[in-house]
Structures are given as C-alpha cells and as structure tokens.
Design a protein around this ligand. Structure first.
Ligand code: GLY
Length: 339
C-alpha cells in the first residue's frame, strides 16, 4: 500500500469503524475482517477493475448492472447463494463496487441470518464520498427508489483511489455532484485539496454527521441537500440521469426554492450556479419533464412526513423545511426552467 493514505473513523460506539482512503488500500482487506471469519461472500458486478483476496475460502456473486437489478429478486438470489455456500454468522459479506453494489451487499448482509458483518470496498468516487459510508442499505421497488432497506453499518470501508483512473467522465461527474453538496454543507474548498485529502474530508464530514444522527432523526437529513428533486428526476427520466448528475440539478433547484420562499436572495442562488456549474463543471439545466409529475414524485420522498419536505439553505445554513406549499415548489420549477 502506498504510504499516502488516511484513516477516518465513523464514531458509533461499539459499532465504530474505520474508512481507509488511499492508493492500494484494497490490499488491506484482511485487516478489516473479524478473527472468526471462515468464508467470505464477495458481492460485485462485471467490469469492476480488480478483485480482492480475503485470504480465506470465498465465492464471488456478480449482480446485474442497472437500477432494475437493485431489487428484492437480487437479494433472494444472493441469499440462496449464501445458503448454498454455508455462510454463517462467523462469516463476512464483502461489497466490491459502486453505490449500487454496496447498497445491495449491505442489505443482503443485514438480512442474512438476521445480520452478518459486511465490509465495503468502494470503487467509485460517489461510493467513496457517500454511498459506502454510513450504513444505509436497500433496494428499489417498482414504486420507488430505496423503499426497502435497513441501517446496517459495515465493519470497515476501503476507498482505493487506484480505481479513479478507470472511471468514465460520467462516473467522475456523479461523485462531483455529491462533493458539491458537501461544499454547501461546510463551505470547504474541497477542490483546492489533493484527491486523498478531498475524499478524506468528505468522509470525515459524513462520518461526523452519521456519528451524531445514525438514523436520520435530525442532522443526517442534511446529507439529502439537493436530493428531493434529484430522486424525482431519476424516476421521471427512467434512470437516464445518474444519481450524482441529478443531485447537481437538485442543488440548483433547492436554491431556487429557497429564493421563492424568501430564505435566500439572488446572490446566493447565483453562488449555487457558480459552484455547481462553474467550479464543479456540472450540468445545471432542468430536464424538460412535466412539472406536475416532478411535484408528485417529490411528495413521495421518504423525508415527506409532514407535507412536501426539502432541505433548504437560509440564514441558519442548510436545514430541513417541512410543509412547503406545492405552489412554491412549482414556481421554483418554472423559475429554474426559464433561467
Ligand atoms: N446518502 C445520504 C445518507 O447516507 O444519509
């Protein structure tokens, strides 16, 4: 392993764990496995640029590519595979891939024998800065994204930066969409840092929030800045927009909505364009989807316990705002479409 690596601890009392970030850290997998481990089930996908060696007998399960495979049917197939290999509570699931793989592997681990350890080896920028950290696992239903899932913290996470050189520009953009979100949560100049520090800082921000609010009773919801419209865009576009691309557009929409509600002024909206479109070089244009459809989809968001709910900027920084009038949400869509 290259010496330039960082360790960030996710502080969750007796379930705390380390995230290792650096070139070659995939070779540290054995150091994250519990001493009891006798077998490992590696859950991965085709096209992942490397394998990992857990140092004990293991089987590899390759799941399909595409959101339609992020399903209960995939969980059943995996669990039947675990049964055939005799995976026990002493053993470990390893999720080797991007956000979809670690979400699915994590959920399979959470439910197999009512929960066995999982270690994530994240292979995308988006996974490293967000999806692999914090224990949200789950799958989609035809009715919506990530509707079935569990909080199941990994025993450790490896973010091997060797993979970044293999990612497509689109995959890099997706990670940048989530990074732009951290920019608004902290004001940090993430792009002024080298890649190891930049990813480590994002992990540190997320670790601190997850440590304080694991089950999204409060602050963790801030990690959804830009996500309410983003999830609606993903569904309305039949997943033609990738998650990070949708988050970039969702951040701009959140700024417009904040402005429509009188929470922020024009200058702050312009700053959102400057950061997302300028600094992070992401597309900020609202796709031409039907506004009423987007509104209906936003109303189904998991945060929407009390009417339309958004994470919005304002005098106190970014915060959760419930009971947003539908007219305001539609007006912000109209304003953004004209911008
Ligand atoms: N991706 C948002 C969260 O983990 O809470």
């Amino acid at each position: 392993m290259n010496q330039d690596f960082r360790t960030v601890r996710v502080p969750l009392a007796d379930r705390s764990y380390d995230v290792l970030i650096g070139h070659g850290v995939r070779n540290s997998l054995t150091s994250l496995l519990p001493a009891t481990v006798r077998r490992v089930a590696i859950v991965t996908q085709q096209g992942i640029p490397y394998n990992v060696d857990p140092g004990v007998p293991h089987e590899v399960f390759s799941i399909g590519i595409g959101e339609e495979h992020k399903s209960l049917a995939t969980i059943e197939t995996l669990c039947r595979g675990f049964a055939n290999m005799g995976l026990t509570r002493h053993d470990v699931v390893v999720g080797l891939g991007g956000g979809m793989v670690t979400d699915v592997a994590g959920f399979a681990a959470a439910t197999w024998h009512r929960g066995i350890p999982v270690v994530h080896v994240s292979t995308t920028l988006l996974g490293m800065v967000d999806a692999a950290i914090g224990g949200k696992t789950g799958v989609n239903l035809p009715e919506g994204k990530n509707l079935v899932g569990a909080y199941w913290q990994p025993s450790g996470v490896l973010c091997d930066l060797d993979t970044l050189a293999t990612l497509s520009p689109r995959e890099m953009r997706c990670g940048m969409g989530e990074m732009a979100k951290y920019h608004f949560l902290t004001g940090d100049d993430l792009l002024g840092m080298g890649m190891v520090d930049r990813i480590s800082r994002c992990v540190q921000i997320k670790a601190e929030i997850v440590g304080a609010d694991e089950r999204e009773g409060g602050r963790r919801a801030l990690l959804n800045y830009g996500h309410t419209l983003a999830h609606a865009l993903e569904i309305a576009g039949d997943f033609s927009l990738a998650h990070g691309e949708a988050v970039a557009i969702g951040l701009i929409y959140a700024a417009h909505l904040g402005q429509v509600l009188g929470r922020i002024g024009d200058e702050r909206v312009r700053q959102h364009y400057d950061v997302v479109g300028g600094l992070y070089e992401l597309n900020t244009a609202l796709p031409p989807f039907d506004h009423e459809l987007l509104l209906a989809l936003m109303g189904r968001d998991k945060k929407a316990l009390d009417g339309l709910t958004f994470v919005l900027d304002g005098d106190n920084g970014v915060e959760v705002v419930a009971g947003v009038p539908a007219d305001a949400a539609l007006e912000a869509l109209r304003v953004m479409a004209r911008a």
